[in-house]
Design a binder for this molecule. Structure first.
Ligand SMILES: [Zn+2]
Length: 212
C-alpha cells in the first residue's frame, strides 16, 4: 500500500549514503524510525535485522509471512523475529511492495544461476560477511547470516507458485520507512548484482535516514 511519510529529511538525526556494493550496519533504537531512500530508482537493498540485546533473535521471513498472510511486505507489515516478537513495523512506503522470498545474491548462486565466470563478482552475502568481520562488537558471525528482506526488489510470485526476478517497480526518490519496536541491529547490503534486472543492471546508492 502506498503511504507517504510526514517526516522531514532535514529533521533526521542521522543520514548516511550507502553506495552500491557497500554495507550499512547500525543500531536502531526502539521508537526510532529508519527510512531507506532509493536515490536513483530500481535498486535492491538486502537487509537483515537482529535484536541488539540478543542477536540470536533475528528477523524471520517465515513467521512474518505466516502471521500477516501475505508474501509481500508494505505499509502495516510487522517484521517478526524467530521468537514471534515484533521487531519493526513498516510505517510508510512509496514503492508499494518489497520481497522477502528471493534471498540475497551470493557468489555461489551467481555461479549456479548465471555462469561459472560470475564467481568472482561482488555479491550481497560477501558484503554481509565483511560487515560482521569488521564489526565484531555486535557478536555476529557467518552462522547468523539468514533469510532477509529485499527492499524495493520486485519478485512476483506466479499463480503456480514460481518466483521470478523482475524489473523493479521502484523509482528515484521512492522510500520505505519502518519504526523499531525493540533495539535492532540493521545490516544492509546495497546490492551490486549485475546479472538480473533487480537493479536495472545499474546498481546505485541508497540513503539511510534515522529519526528519534
Ligand atoms: Zn545482492
Amino acid at each position: 500500500m502506498i503511504t507517504s511519510s510526514q517526516l522531514k529529511a532535514e529533521q533526521a538525526t542521522r543520514s548516511d549514503t550507502v553506495l552500491a556494493g557497500d554495507y550499512y550496519m547500525q543500531v536502531l533504537k526502539a521508537g526510532q524510525t529508519l527510512r531507506i531512500l532509493d536515490l536513483e530508482g530500481n535498486q535492491a537493498a538486502d537487509t537483515l535485522f537482529y535484536s541488539a540485546n540478543d542477536p540470536s533473535e533475528r528477523y524471520s521471513a517465515m513467521d512474518t509471512i505466516r502471521e500477516q498472510g501475505n508474501v509481500y511486505l508494505t505499509t502495516g507489515s510487522k517484521l517478526l523475529s524467530n521468537d514471534g516478537n515484533e521487531m519493526l513495523e513498516i510505517t510508510a512506503d512509496t514503492c508499494g511492495r518489497h520481497d522477502t522470498l528471493g534471498g540475497a545474491c551470493a557468489t555461489e548462486s551467481n555461479t549456479v544461476r548465471y555462469a561459472i565466470e560470475k564467481k568472482c563478482m561482488h555479491a550481497c552475502r560477501d558484503s554481509w560477511l565483511l560487515a560482521v568481520a569488521e564489526n565484531p562488537q555486535y557478536g555476529l558471525s557467518k552462522r547468523d547470516i539468514t533469510h532477509n528482506i529485499n527492499f524495493f526488489m520486485n519478485v512476483p510470485v506466479s499463480s503456480d507458485g514460481g518466483l521470478s526476478f523482475a524489473d523493479g517497480i521502484s523509482g528515484a526518490g521512492k522510500y520505505v520507512e519502518m519504526t523499531a519496536a525493540m533495539d535492532v541491529i540493521v545490516l544492509l547490503s546495497n546490492c551490486p548484482q549485475l546479472n538480473n534486472p533487480c537493479n536495472a543492471y545499474n546498481p546505485t546508492a541508497v540513503e539511510m535516514l534515522i529519526w528519534d
